[in-house]
Design a protein around this ligand. Structure first.
Ligand SMILES: *Cc1c(COP(=O)(O)O)cnc(C)c1O
Length: 477
């Protein structure tokens, strides 16, 4: 038979659209989208009709088209932004949106999503200043005179360099000319901002006197940048921000800028040795400190700038500021996260909760996931002997692992944790199947094992994770 002889067997677009099994898809994605999928599936069917394997399997063109539409809808579902379970043990997972927000921040965002008093003073009924309370809380938390919020720390760096150092020099150590990733390379940022890079010292050693010799008429600022995503070992030295402040005694017209990036606002020397603390930089005499909102600060994506009022005012008045300002949702989440930091309710901030979990607590949680998983697994195989050697109970164990901070922060730190390990024949197949279901679960693959690190899994997620893992194991082995 020629293809055109089979065409009449194909269902019409409108007939398909009104089928009962299309109704939920139309409700979820809209008629235009489902109609588009129907056309695509019909086109594909026309070109694939003569596939002998399908014909001999008794798949009618109608069946084929309906199944194909279901696949297309599933793919679309998977590409919508949705909540996923992070079982990787990487706390600030860049691909998972860095810091998960605190419940309080999420509630505040939802409430601010409606009409909100973003730029209105409710007392006077007059125009108010956008983000005024966030700025006040940031000062209170960090001890700075003034503060400003932009879209991310990259924007903060660009704004600061442009406003303060356009056509003039910024003195910086050769050991700090970093690439953050995503094309953010400091020398290129300098160029885009119009600032002139004045490199001093060497890759591994820079002294205060190197800076002193470079400072002159052309100097607009001195900048220190936290290494963030790499560590130097061995024959290395670079001055601290305090040593720069006291050693250089810069005139008031030359600010000392500290790009700390990770944005730690509580001292955790035992957990994160060497991570700069924002308050310490301010106290040490930095004139401007820049950091991200969604790294160790544990809030939404934002660039937070704190420091001396004179410099912050100059930044705030610059026309670029309008292009970098954040929206009401970000401000709402920041405000709530700041309240938690100020009231030291650190356990309510997920990033801190995950960072500070004790090894004992993690071991307990891993055992709890293990037990729940074994029960779910037994239920899934129906207690029968369908239990295959690849996924039998003995292959599901609790093992010690190490988690990472991630997000380009504290690269040398590894945090002892516990995971549920699944010894399976095809670990990649299992991790893929975990990713593709509901809720999507992100696990680690290591040799012949799939690891579910419980450091980044919340207690409330244990049951759902256990059920999904059990059904994946049954389906993939
Ligand atoms: C992460 C980081 C940045 C970039 O921050 P974003 O908020 O991702 O734009 C800039 N500087 C340092 C030192 C960083 O660690």
């Amino acid at each position: 038979m020629e293809p055109h002889e089979l065409l009449p067997q194909l269902p019409k677009v409108d007939r398909l659209l009104t089928r009962a099994d299309m109704v939920p898809l139309v409700e979820r994605f809209g008629r235009w989208q489902v109609r588009h999928w129907i056309r695509q599936a019909l086109d594909e069917c026309r070109s694939g009709l003569r596939n002998p394997a399908q014909e001999s399997a008794g798949v009618t063109p109608s069946d084929w088209v309906v199944e194909r539409i279901r696949q297309l809808a599933e793919q679309e579902c998977r590409s919508t932004m949705q909540e996923v379970v992070n079982a990787t043990g990487v706390i600030l997972h860049t691909n998972l949106g860095r810091a998960p927000l605190a419940d309080r921040a999420i509630r505040r965002m939802v409430s601010a999503a409606a009409s909100t008093n973003l730029e209105l003073d409710l007392t006077s009924g007059k125009r108010g200043q956008r983000g005024a309370r966030v700025q006040r809380l940031l000062c209170e938390l960090t001890g700075a005179e003034a503060s400003l919020v932009v879209n991310n720390c990259a924007a903060a760096t660009l704004l600061v360099l442009h406003v303060i150092a356009c056509q003039r020099e910024v003195v910086i150590s050769r050991g700090q000319l970093i690439e953050i990733g995503g094309k953010f390379r400091l020398p290129e940022v300098f160029q885009s901002a119009g600032a002139i890079l004045r490199e001093v010292g060497t890759t591994n050693r820079t002294y205060v006197h190197d800076y002193r010799h470079a400072i002159g008429e052309q100097t607009a600022a001195v900048m220190r940048v936290h290494h963030s995503n790499f560590a130097q070992l061995g024959f290395t030295t670079e001055p601290t921000i305090a040593e720069l402040a006291s050693g250089l005694q810069l005139p008031p017209s030359v600010p000392l800028i500290d790009d700390v990036g990770s944005g730690l606002v509580h001292r955790l020397p035992h957990l994160l040795p060497g991570e700069p603390v924002v308050q310490d930089s301010i106290a040490a005499g930095a004139d401007l400190v820049l950091f991200s909102g969604d790294k160790l600060f544990g809030g939404p994506q934002a660039g937070l700038i704190v420091g001396r009022a004179g410099w912050v005012d100059r930044l705030a008045r610059h026309p670029w500021m309008r292009t970098m300002r954040v929206d009401k949702l970000t401000l709402a989440a920041l405000e709530a996260t700041l309240e938690l930091h100020l009231s030291a309710a650190l356990d309510d901030i997920p990033v801190f909760r995950m960072l500070t979990r004790s090894s004992q607590e993690l071991q307990q949680r891993a055992h709890s996931l293990h037990e729940t998983l074994l029960r779910a697994f037994t239920a899934a195989v129906g207690g029968s002997d369908r239990c295959t050697p690849q996924a039998d109970r003995g292959q599901i164990t609790v093992v010690p692992v190490t988690s990472e901070v991630g997000g380009g922060a504290a690269p040398a730190v590894s945090l002892p944790s516990h995971a549920v390990a699944l010894r399976v024949q095809h670990p990649e197949r299992v991790t893929r199947s975990l990713r593709c279901g509901q809720p999507p679960i992100l696990a680690r693959c290591e040799h012949d094992r799939v690891l579910l690190d419980v450091r980044t899994v919340e207690d409330a997620q244990i049951d759902a994770v256990a059920r999904r893992v059990a059904s994946c194991l049954v389906a993939t082995t």
